[in-house]
Each structure stands twice: as structure tokens, then as C-alpha cells.
Design a protein around this ligand. Structure first.
Ligand code: FAD
Length: 327
């Protein structure tokens, strides 16, 4: 029996994207809530394996702060992480499915040394792909506050990863430091990031991430393909030449109709809301949502996107229905 090291199976995402002749299928999962077993994660992945995912992204969730009542009316501030385990989950996915798992790495909550240590762990595990993000402000903050000694913007995180790829560690006394080989993806927003003053300014910032060394873009979810096409055009005009992967999330519940626009700062097209207005149950919404996502996906494939990335948010049944029609 020949044992192949985990590293043997690793492929940099950018190489997959460059070499593909057809549109690839990929998806994003959330680490299970604390206390749930790894099996709950596999139960979400198994149904999607038949569509030969090119890679699976694993989100990262920052700590949240809660206040607990203590004696004499004192309140104790406690940090809790509800969904830990991004790095471990990526290793587990790679081990079980031989698929590249892409951890999301964020600036928030990490100083640069902690970030470097996480990257070293990933490198040891043979995980050569990272999606570099800033992260959102936590609930108790009005705006994003970087960790003391941490990265402020995603571009700073990209630069740190590129440094490591060049063998430059924070401690510059290290001799003969081994370079890493991370393929770096970043986030893009077809409807603009909510803090950005306008689309042009946002794309300028996006280009800074690419110029710093990011190799591809995964977009925020959207429901109007014309906005994605306009975004791609604007990126190309600004000199961004890397692959741009659209992110798709089927609407699945009545709650999504108000939650998604608010949480992700996106619009739902009126053709879609006209159909959703006629729904009175989550089941009816799901039917509209699946049909819409199938239509969107087919149009994106005709347009020639290198990959479509589906946001499962822990629920793979609807993504399976879409993929069955599209891939
Ligand atoms: P940045 O690229 O740093 O941009 C943030 C804002 O700052 C933008 O408005 C930008 O225009 C502006 N900006 C950038 N550089 C500068 C500069 N030098 N000076 C002034 N302004 C600047 N969040 C999580 O917590 N965990 C996840 O797993 C996660 N996964 C995601 C996956 C995808 C595909 C996407 C699209 C988002 C994800 N997010 C995740 C959310 C993301 O962290 C937030 O949208 C966050 O607010 C911005 O992250 P970013 O990497 O786009 O930030």
C-alpha cells in the first residue's frame, strides 16, 4: 500500500479556475454550532458530492460578547465563539473527501502573529488556499475595529499572506524560512460593499487586493444577473483581470425576503418580489427561490463564468435541487 501525503491532493484554486473548460461547481458551508458533531457537517456535504465540487469553502465566525449577571448586580462580559473549528474542519474535509477545502481567514479578532500562526497550521496541513477577508464589525461595534497589532483591511491580510509565500515571517531573524504556497481569493460586491461611498471607489479597493497578490474574486450573493455582468465589466475596465466567481444563494423562507437585503446590503429584483408576494408559506417561497437560482445559474453558465459558488448556510437540500438541474 502506498500512502500519499495529504499535500499530494492539494491543488491551488487558481490553477483549477484557469484550466477548466466548463463551469465548475463549488459551495460554502458553515462550521456546525458548538456542541454539534462533525457528522452534522458531513450530512450537509454528502448530498452535494455527486456534483463533483471543485472546492468547498468554510466560513469563519468571530467571537460574540454576552453579558452575564453576577452577584451584587455586576455584569460580566464574556466572549463566546458559537461556531469554532474552521481550520480543523478544512483538514477533516480534505481527509474524508480528497477535496480542497478553503478556510475563510478574517482580520477581525486576530493580531498579525495569530494570523501567521493560523497560516503556519494551514501550511502544515497541506491547505494551500485561503479566502482573505476583513470580517464585519461585531454586534457591539458601530464600525469595524481591528485587533491591536492586527490587519485593518483585507488588503493588509493579502499582503501578509504574500509575505509568507515569499518566506517572510514576522520574526525576521528566522534563517532559511520556508515559503508557503497559498492561492489567495478575496471578496467582491456586485452591489457595492455597504461602507463604500460608491461602486467606483469599491472597485478601486478591490483592485488593490488583486495588485497585492489575490488571484481570484468570489462575489457576495446577488439575485440580479445584470448587476453581476455590470460588475464584471467595471472590474475589467478598472484593469482587474482575475477570475470572478459569482455567489448564489437560493431564497428559502419568508424571513429571507427581508433578512437578505438587510444583512447583505443587496436588492431583490421586482420580478422576484412579485413572485414572492404570492407566497404564504416557506415551502412556496422555496419553490420560487429554487426556480430563480436555476434560471440565474443557467444564464451565468451561458455567460461563461469559471465557477458558480453556492451559499448553503448549512442547508444543502435546495442547492442539491439546483445543481441537479444545472450541473
Ligand atoms: P475589505 O476588502 O477590507 O473592504 C471593507 C471596506 O473597506 C470596503 O468598503 C472597502 O471599499 C473599504 N476599503 C478597503 N480598503 C480600504 C482602504 N485602504 N482604505 C479605506 N477603505 C478601504 N465575514 C466573516 O466574518 N466570515 C466569513 O467567513 C465571511 N465570508 C465571506 C465570504 C464572501 C464571499 C463575502 C463576499 C463576504 C464574506 N464575509 C465573511 C463578510 C465580509 O467579512 C464583510 O463583507 C466585510 O464587511 C468586508 O470584508 P472584505 O474582505 O470585503 O473587506
Amino acid at each position: 500500500m502506498v500512502y500519499l501525503p495529504l499535500k499530494f491532493f492539494a491543488l491551488r484554486v487558481i490553477d483549477r479556475l484557469r484550466n477548466t473548460k466548463k463551469t465548475l461547481f463549488s459551495f460554502e458551508i458553515l462550521p456546525p454550532l458548538k456542541g454539534k458533531s462533525i457528522q452534522s457537517l458531513y450530512d450537509g456535504i454528502d448530498p452535494l458530492m455527486e456534483f463533483d465540487p471543485a472546492f468547498i469553502n468554510v466560513t469563519y465566525h468571530r467571537e460574540e460578547f454576552i453579558y452575564k449577571k453576577r452577584e451584587k448586580g455586576y455584569l460580566e462580559k464574556i466572549a463566546i465563539k458559537k461556531r469554532p473549528g474552521t481550520v480543523g474542519i478544512c483538514a477533516a474535509i480534505k481527509n474524508k473527501y480528497n477535496i480542497d477545502a478553503i478556510p475563510h481567514l478574517i482580520c477581525g479578532g486576530f493580531n498579525r502573529e495569530e494570523t501567521e500562526n493560523a497560516l503556519i497550521d494551514l501550511n502544515f496541513l497541506g491547505i494551500d488556499n485561503v479566502l482573505a477577508l476583513r470580517g464585519d464589525p461585531i454586534k457591539t461595534e458601530t464600525h469595524f475595529v481591528p485587533e491591536p497589532g492586527g490587519n485593518r483591511y483585507a488588503v493588509d491580510l493579502v499582503k501578509q499572506i504574500v509575505d509568507l509565500n515569499e518566506g517572510k515571517y514576522i520574526d525576521d531573524n528566522i534563517e532559511n524560512a520556508a515559503p508557503t504556497n497559498f492561492s489567495i481569493g478575496v471578496a467582491g460586491y456586485p452591489e457595492k460593499h455597504f461602507e463604500s461611498p460608491n461602486m467606483r471607489a469599491d472597485i478601486k479597493r478591490l483592485k488593490e487586493k488583486i495588485d497585492a497578490g489575490a488571484e481570484y474574486i468570489v462575489t457576495q450573493l446577488f439575485y440580479d444577473n445584470s448587476k453581476f455582468f455590470a460588475f464584471v465589466d467595471a472590474c475589467r475596465e478598472a484593469g482587474i483581470k482575475v477570475p470572478i466567481i459569482p455567489g448564489i444563494k437560493p431564497i428559502e423562507s419568508l424571513r429571507h425576503i427581508t433578512f437578505l437585503p438587510k444583512f447583505f446590503s443587496i436588492d431583490l429584483p421586482s420580478d422576484l418580489t412579485d413572485q414572492l408576494e404570492n407566497c404564504s408559506t416557506n415551502e412556496e417561497v422555496k419553490e420560487v427561490g429554487v426556480a430563480w437560482a436555476i434560471k440565474q445559474s443557467k444564464e451565468l453558465i451561458d455567460y461563461g463564468v469559471p465557477c458558480i459558488h453556492y451559499y448553503t448556510m448549512g442547508k444543502s437540500a435546495t442547492v442539491k435541487r439546483i445543481a441537479s438541474e444545472v450541473f
